[in-house]
Design a protein around this ligand. Sequence first.
Ligand code: RFL
Ligand code: PHB
Length: 389
Amino acid sequence: MRTQVAIIGGGPSGLLLSQLLHLQGIKTVVLERRSKAHVLSRIRAGVLETGLLSLLRAAGVDGRLASEGIPHHGTLISYEDMMFRIDFEALTGRSVMVYGQTEVTRDLYAAREACGGELRFEVQDVSICAADSAAPYVIYTHEGQQKRLECDFIAGCDGFHGVSRKTIPPRARRTFEKVYPFGWLGVLSETPPVSDEIIYAGSERGFALCSMRNPLLSRYYIQCPASEDPAGWSDEAFWTELRSRLPRAQAEALVTGPSVEKSVAPLRSFVTEPMRWGRLFLCGDAAHIVPPTGAKGLNTAASDVHYLFEGLRAWYESGDAHQLDAYSERALARVWKAERFSWWFTSLMHHFPGQSDFDRRMQRAEIEFLASNRAAQQALAENYVGLPY
Ligand code: RFL
Ligand code: PHB
């Protein structure tokens, strides 16, 4: 079988790229290791930058987003009982949208299926071949049979644990990594959110985050050891720990209920360079990971999709390879800024094991500075709403 762009991974990066290319008349096949139900059971990002919103609009998948997404014009930051607001609208003239990644993915699947898009689920043993030649191809197993997919280009959108990055020989890539000594224990509950705006909460007991998906669905996280087993946390223990990390007013206002999902995510910063090897292009979590504190993972995946889409469009329209040749450099320039912001915000808000009293006071002093300094708030706000593509 032959296509123009073989896309490995049917997460948000792969699906969005596939839909954008389809609208330009460029053929793709998406190969996804898991079932659709499994992909749609993963609870991940919740905050979308305007750049991603524009891409979803261009892809024609913004209908439900426009009616169900919740615009957020600011966010709250607390430390013990102190709390202040970062006013995105006043500081940058822009805002973000709260709409779950699960819903973005559901909308993208619906759009691909409505266009008769080629999506293969539960494929196994994907292997990328001859990516450094003019005739790359992918071998995989589907429904018990080995298949061969020939193509012009391969988009590696298969996340951090995928095969695409590992296909690039070690001599041709360099990786940069920082693993944080903690994770986030996340809970989804069918309760009204404690606040209309997301709260990033620092405390002596560790970080906590209060977010939401809709007016009756809340998403909360608490910092925990990276090796924590979520099964070891009863709902009651989670709510008690969350309350202890919030300012008194929010702790008292918190509405609790049974959790509908509970999971632990490790925190990591990771970048691989370059993001291209021959005709293989890495996109999203396949190439880079950020800790979730800045809400940048999905948004950075989206800017990669934008640069790669522009490059492929130019190539198919006129044979112009300039933008494809510039892909890795352009994507990485923005990736590193998101890495810096996510690392900074993570370092500011979390309790680090073994941290000295002096280090804690430095964090507190920086939070107090942020609470009172417009320039510092503006720097945070510009990064949070998203740097330009
Ligand atoms: P994904 O979503 O991991 O999708 C990759 C897909 O590839 C499949 N796959 C394979 N398919 C075929 N063959 C193989 N060998 C394969 N190996 C893997 C996988 O099954 C999967 O379906 O990567 P993608 O598309 O690049 O998307 C990236 C985002 O998922 C990720 O960056 C965000 O979820 C990160 N993130 C957040 N990002 C934000 O922008 N804002 C947020 O508020 C935000 N919050 C979060 C987050 C991530 C979190 N976790 C769980 C790590 C909160 C959390 C808790
Ligand atoms: C979420 O709603 O899941 C969420 C929000 C903000 C973050 C991370 C995750 O920084």
